[in-house]
Write a protein that binds this ligand. Sequence first.
Ligand code: FAD
Length: 320
Amino acid sequence: MADMWVGVNGADEALRQVNAEMLGGARALADQAAAQVVAIVWGASAAGHAKALASWGADRVVIVESEAAPAPEAVARTLARLAAESAPAVVLLADGAESRVAAPLLAEALDAPLFSDVVDIEAGDEVFFTRLPYTAKVIERATAAAPTVVATVRPKALPVPEVDASRTAEVIAAPADAADLARIVQSVARAASERVDLAEADIVVAGGRGCKGPEGFAVIESLADALGAAVGASRPAVDEGWIDIQYQVGQTGKTVAPSLYIACGISGSIQHMAGMGASKCVVAINKDPEAEIFAGADYGIVADLFEAVPLLGAAVRERK
Ligand SMILES: Cc1cc2nc3c(=O)[nH]c(=O)nc-3n(C[C@H](O)[C@H](O)[C@H](O)COP(=O)(O)OP(=O)(O)OC[C@H]3O[C@@H](n4cnc5c(N)ncnc54)[C@H](O)[C@@H]3O)c2cc1C
């Protein structure tokens, strides 16, 4: 049986948890099909990640050597070149800005079907991919009869595999060829932030139009700091320029699945719920008792957020 591939962005010193989740999913597929799991890793810290990738289930680690971070187009070209040599059954990429460019290009180059924003993968005689399209109004479970299938995987959707530090992987270097380096990303500018990555956060404190301005987000940030949480926002808060777009949650923002989502001054539109509906526990703080968000919340606080949120923050700090 053909191998199961996981594409890993190894630009940073720490690997994102979604890579472990994808390797766990690929491992389950490979075990069912008596195949191997291959991690293809690129980026500045790629070479340092082989051990971690093996401990999460990779049998082989291919390190794509390039001096700078390859652009998503170059990632797609490199994966397509490697895949043309060994025809993997499945190529998994983490859903996000990079894969939104790389995955369709890769699928096109391999003439392969593409499943995007996958939340579950079932191993069996046929591999089934589950997606939640139309702002999660529909559950789509699909398969494709094709030699290679490309899929992007939503962070925090698949279970995190157990780490097996005793596992080892064969490590191979695959130099990026000249064409792959035709366009490279010289540096990735991230807004300086000590905060937890929103897409992978275990707790998110989010603010909406009810925050009334950037000062309102200082209140949100204060509670987030007390909880060690990530900050999120609704689209109007971003559109108004109160907070950067990287914090937007929803249909046109990020999808989050924390254990706890605290929505402050957010009405609960379907587009916002599409981004945080998978949260395990939702606490809504809204001064309108009729606000839609309460229908999707586990706990509701009918209050002015400028009073309730600082009180919550003080209570958390006291307990610490
Ligand atoms: C194609 C499309 C894509 C979209 N994508 C997204 C997306 O990705 N993310 C997203 O969020 N939206 C998105 N939207 C916008 C979405 O439709 C809503 O307009 C938006 O989610 C509403 O944001 P909000 O809840 O912050 O604001 P509002 O709907 O205005 O709600 C503000 C809430 O704050 C409460 N409030 C006000 N003052 C206080 C206070 N002092 N204390 C407590 N509560 C208070 C109010 O009672 C109200 O419920 C999209 C829309 C479209 C058409």
